[in-house]
Design a protein around this ligand. Structure first.
Ligand code: FAD
Ligand code: FES
Length: 286
């Protein structure tokens, strides 16, 4: 379990804007959470407005009841602000998209196990599917800010259904990373799956990848696991799943994991919110 303090606060919405079809970026003022967050950490949000002066009835201010988890995509510690990128998939994210500047949302975080930091001399590829790009925006930003590795040692392979859902790729380019895109409909970059792009990259530029990170839809991460196993590349996956409590209590988020050193043993079950959401590339059974 993480030793980083978990904070809870009513964070002020500083901006909440649509950056692609059904895709949003929200900036929240929460200095304590921002100060302690590391790449790969997530926050758990009450998506309704909890401002003290809100005229809404109490039950409406807590609808839906359960918090929703989102990876921290960017952090500005000097100003106490962090950013999230999110896609509308259901009721909770639809309500989040209605939050206006000046309203407040209740935030719990930072939560979970962070990503393994980038290391100079160990070139890495980050494979992102859709909003799975969020933890890698943060990882790239913090790595460059702390000069842990040079941008030339980092490659991002970013895939989505269509070009409009690739928002955020310009932030990687501004940092100086190698960026390659893939879309299912061929509207930007490689026409096909981002995992096929990964295979092509490993064939054309094998020196670019001594470590592999993956975050996105489960089939994408499963294919990344297979490729990493075949190529003998170490790495990590970051999972996105159902997460009612977010703090290790309800057990609703467990995933099967292999026992280290004994793949034939029955799996052990680990909580994504607590032991994860980041797991060793070959540890979790997807
Ligand atoms: C660690 C982690 C990080 C995540 N990071 C991001 C991110 O950066 N950006 C982003 O857009 N999404 C992220 N997600 C997914 C996001 O939490 C879900 O899309 C969101 O909770 C759906 O809420 P909803 O009410 O709009 O959808 P619902 O209408 O409730 O359901 C839509 C879908 O979301 C799933 N879902 C419902 N409740 C939860 C819940 N509490 N936790 C997880 N899934 C749920 C349901 O299975 C359903 O398939 C992350 C999930 C996890 C676990
Ligand atoms: S979400 Fe409750 S234990 Fe993980």
């Amino acid at each position: 379990m993480s030793t980083i303090p978990i904070c809870q606060c009513n964070a002020e919405v500083l901006s909440n804007r649509e950056i692609g079809p059904g895709l949003y970026w929200i900036d929240l003022l929460a200095p304590d959470i921002t100060r302690h967050a590391l790449p790969g950490h997530f926050v758990h949000l009450v998506v309704s407005d909890v401002s003290e002066d809100s005229s809404r009835q109490t039950w409406l201010r807590h609808t839906p009841l359960l918090r929703r988890p989102f990876s921290i995509a960017e952090r500005d510690p000097d100003n106490g602000v962090f950013g999230l990128i999110y896609r509308i998939v259901g009721g909770g994210t639809e309500i989040l998209a209605m939050r206006r500047i000046g309203e407040r949302v209740n935030v719990l975080g930072p939560l979970g196990r962070p990503l393994e930091p980038m290391r100079s001399g160990r070139p890495a590829i980050m494979v992102a599917g859709g909003v799975g790009v969020a933890p890698f925006l943060s990882l790239a930003q913090e790595t460059v800010r702390d000069s842990r590795a040079s941008p030339e040692e980092m490659t991002v392979l970013f895939g989505a259904a269509t070009a409009g859902l690739l928002s955020g790729e310009e932030k990687f380019r501004e940092l100086g990373l190698h960026v390659k895109l893939a879309t299912d409909d061929g509207s930007a970059g490689y026409h096909g799956l981002v995992t096929s792009l990964l295979e092509r990259e490993l064939t054309l530029s094998p020196d670019r990848c001594a470590y592999l990170y993956a975050c996105g839809p489960t089939p994408m991460m499963r294919r990344c696991q297979e490729i990493a196993r075949d190529e003998g590349i170490a790495g990590q996956v970051s999972l996105e799943g159902i997460m009612p409590c977010g703090v290790g209590v309800c057990m609703a988020c467990v995933v099967p994991c292999v026992v280290p050193g004994d793949r034939s043993a029955p799996p052990r079950y680990e909580r994504v919110c607590d032991t994860g959401p980041v797991f060793d590339m070959q540890e979790v059974v997807l």
